[in-house]
Structure formats: structure tokens, C-alpha cells
Design a protein around this ligand. Structure first.
Ligand SMILES: CC(C)=CCC/C(C)=C/CC/C(C)=C/COP(=O)(O)O
Length: 172
């Protein structure tokens, strides 16, 4: 919180929180899907969109089953949350950060500094969850592991270009 010895970095932590929130990721993936003019780009963005939805569903299920309360010192001042988000296990930001980092590293051609930045961002998202008081360390550690394996699931369920024309036709 603001009164603690590290209180001055709370605004920065909240900025990192927003960078890992579901809404900017979903909106960004949907926008890139809409704007993409190549079949390969559309394929990647569609699968990213599916991955983000899958992540919300799986995290929601685990939160609803485990029902671990958030730390008592957490202030519930996050924007746009679902009712299951009153529970803290696992951290949805951590699952998304791990899954999206793997996705970006596997599917976007990035220069080495950007690849390092992607990993650094995912780690910072994890730190910010604990520093903001939103989660226990175990919520974040499990979230990273879960997000890592969710990416394997996304690869296994990858939607091929053959499925695209039919799907895109639904939105045309
Ligand atoms: C279009 C639509 C229904 C978007 C929903 C996106 C949404 C509200 C995601 C929830 C993100 C969130 C606050 C997760 C909680 O993260 P924790 O790290 O605190 O578990």
C-alpha cells in the first residue's frame, strides 16, 4: 500500500497489472485479427484470442474449486473483475503472462532484446501481484506453471487455416 516502505512503486505496479489484464489482451488480439491482411497473421491472432478465452475459463474453474481467499491486506481496487476473482488461487495474471509470453516468443519474430523484454515483463507481472498484495507467492508460482502448460494445450488445439474461412465468414 502507499504507506509502506515500497509504497511509492504502487502506481508502477498497477500499470504492470493493467498490462497483464484480460481486457487489453483480448481487445488487442481482436483488433490485430481484424486488421491483419494475411492468412498467417489471422491464424496467429485467432489462436491467441482462443488461448485468452481458454485461460479465462480454466482459471475461473480452478478459482471456483479451490476458493482460496486473497491476502487480508489486499485492497480490491482492480478494474473489471469476475465474481470468481475474489479468490486468489491461481493468479490469472500469472497464467496469462506465462502463456502469452510463450505464445509471443513462439509466433512473433522478435529481435533478441524484445525476447528478453517479453520474459522480463512476465516476471514483473508475477512480482507485481505479490507486491500489490493481490496474491500469495504460491498463487503466482502455480499460475506461472499453469500458464506454461496451457500454452502446450493451445498448441495441441491449434486451429489450422482450413478452419478459418468458415469462422471468418461468421463475422463477415
Ligand atoms: C470480454 C470479456 C468478458 C472480458 C473479460 C476480461 C476480464 C474481466 C478478465 C479478468 C481479469 C482479472 C481481473 C483477473 C484476475 O487476475 P488475478 O491475477 O488477480 O487472479
Amino acid at each position: 500500500c502507499e504507506d509502506s516502505s515500497w509504497g511509492s512503486i504502487r502506481p508502477l505496479m498497477k500499470l504492470i497489472e493493467i498490462s497483464g489484464h484480460g481486457i487489453p489482451w483480448l481487445a488487442g488480439a481482436a483488433y490485430c485479427l481484424y486488421k491483419s491482411d494475411s492468412a498467417a497473421g489471422q491464424e496467429v491472432m485467432l489462436n491467441l484470442l482462443m488461448a485468452l478465452v481458454l485461460d479465462l475459463i480454466l482459471v475461473g474453474i480452478v478459482k471456483a474449486v479451490v476458493r482460496r481467499r486473497r491476502p487480508a491486506h489486499n485492497r480490491m481496487d482492480m478494474f473489471a473483475t469476475f465474481s470468481v476473482d475474489r479468490y486468489s488461487f491461481p493468479s490469472g495474471h500469472a497464467t496469462r503472462a506465462a502463456m502469452c509470453a510463450r505464445f509471443v516468443l513462439a509466433h512473433l519474430v522478435l529481435a533478441a532484446p524484445l525476447r528478453v523484454l517479453t520474459l522480463l515483463w512476465a516476471v514483473l507481472v508475477g512480482f507485481s501481484r505479490v507486491l500489490l498484495g493481490r496474491h500469495n507467492v504460491t498463487d503466482v508460482a502455480f499460475g506461472f506453471g499453469m500458464g506454461y502448460f496451457q500454452y502446450n494445450l493451445v498448441e495441441a488445439l491449434w486451429m489450422s487455416p482450413a478452419a478459418l474461412p468458415g469462422l471468418m465468414g461468421q463475422f463477415a
